[in-house]
Design a protein around this ligand. Sequence first.
Ligand SMILES: CC(C)(COP(=O)(O)OP(=O)(O)OC[C@H]1O[C@@H](n2cnc3c(N)ncnc32)[C@H](O)[C@@H]1OP(=O)(O)O)[C@@H](O)C(=O)NCCC(=O)NCCS
Length: 388
Amino acid sequence: MTRELVVPDDGERAAFAPIVALAFGTALEDIAPWFERAGFPNLRVLCEADRVLGGLLRVPMAQWFGGRSVATNGVAGVAVAAEERGAGVAGEMMRSFLRETRARGVPLSTLYPATVPLYRRAGYERAGARHRVSVLAERLVTQERGLSVTALLQEDAEVLALHAAFASRRDGYLDRGPYLWDRIFRPRKGQHHAYGVRGPQSLEGYVVYTNKQEHGHDTEIQVLDFVASTGRAVRRLLQLLSDHRSLANRVTWHGASPDVFTMALPDRRHELVAVDHWMLRIVDLPTALGERGFPRVPEGVLELEVDDEVLPENAGRWRVVVEGGRAKVARGGSGALRLDVRALAALYSGYLSVHALAQLDLVDGTANTLDAADRLFPPGNPCMGDMF
Ligand SMILES: CC(C)(COP(=O)(O)OP(=O)(O)OC[C@H]1O[C@@H](n2cnc3c(N)ncnc32)[C@H](O)[C@@H]1OP(=O)(O)O)[C@@H](O)C(=O)NCCC(=O)NCCS
């Protein structure tokens, strides 16, 4: 019987809702609003005749690499009906989804895996972390009160520009689409608060957070978004959060490690944990390499031989010439660096050095070739604060 991954009609969407509710332990009545926020055209279900076997949510957005925004399709809400599990449904959905993503001209796909082997088999690889910082509110005191503080209502143009400038310098941070901005300024749970800190010229930083009663009168602050463009904005935002310390116990935020906020802490004591790792899929190799930024090396050439069973269009030899921070990619070359598309994802994001990947037998090449790859893909610290 033929199976197809499709945008669900009303009936199929209704059939998918309890599958998602069971998979994620969510109340059924919360699923329809979730689908609405994701946008009905972004839902996909795998159908066999009139049965819905499972589905997923597409999250259109982009991700920053080398200071440039590269389009990616996030994947969320992957769920298979309990009675259909263990028979390859999720694997089939992912392969169909990737073919569709490629046909749409989107060069990357990004997700947080609940189980790694499923996504590795589809060609994703671990490519970055999400760190959680947790610190007592009383340890955030910086005494900086030099900027004016004003309430923010939404992600207006000034907020978007400030976020883009901040995120663009951090490999792996999202260039958010509406779904992600919704999660910041219209969170599903809890009352959020948003404040900007403003200098004489412009907005220099902002914080969006919830403050929730936890034990007795004590509260916990969860930061949803934390952005600053100057040192005084970093210190002013820390002070703003510490001004809650009479009742607030802990303050938690997510992002890079180290980040500008932990660097500015006046006290050494804070907890820092890599709570999640996200995975990346190179969906369209020449576009993914052509759209990201590279180090401004005088000139770098890399000749790849790539394996990709799921998207064979990526497989084979590619010649990558990097000049002035941009790459030109064409078919051909000697194939001096041999790797599969998963290793390329870890290299692309800067998660692992080419030498570390060679130690894992995930890439193969001469010492000179590995050194050349290292100059173009220096290991970094790819991170993302967002969860989707
Ligand atoms: C995870 C889930 C989507 C897998 O669906 P499925 O159709 O059974 O998966 P497949 O049969 O295609 O399995 C592919 C591989 O994924 C892995 N996998 C499948 N189910 C798994 C599970 N429950 N736990 C851990 N790994 C699992 C296995 O490695 C499997 O390959 P193998 O059976 O050869 O070892 C399904 O169990 C589900 O809906 N779970 C609840 C929601 C969830 O975790 N979603 C993922 C969010 S990122």
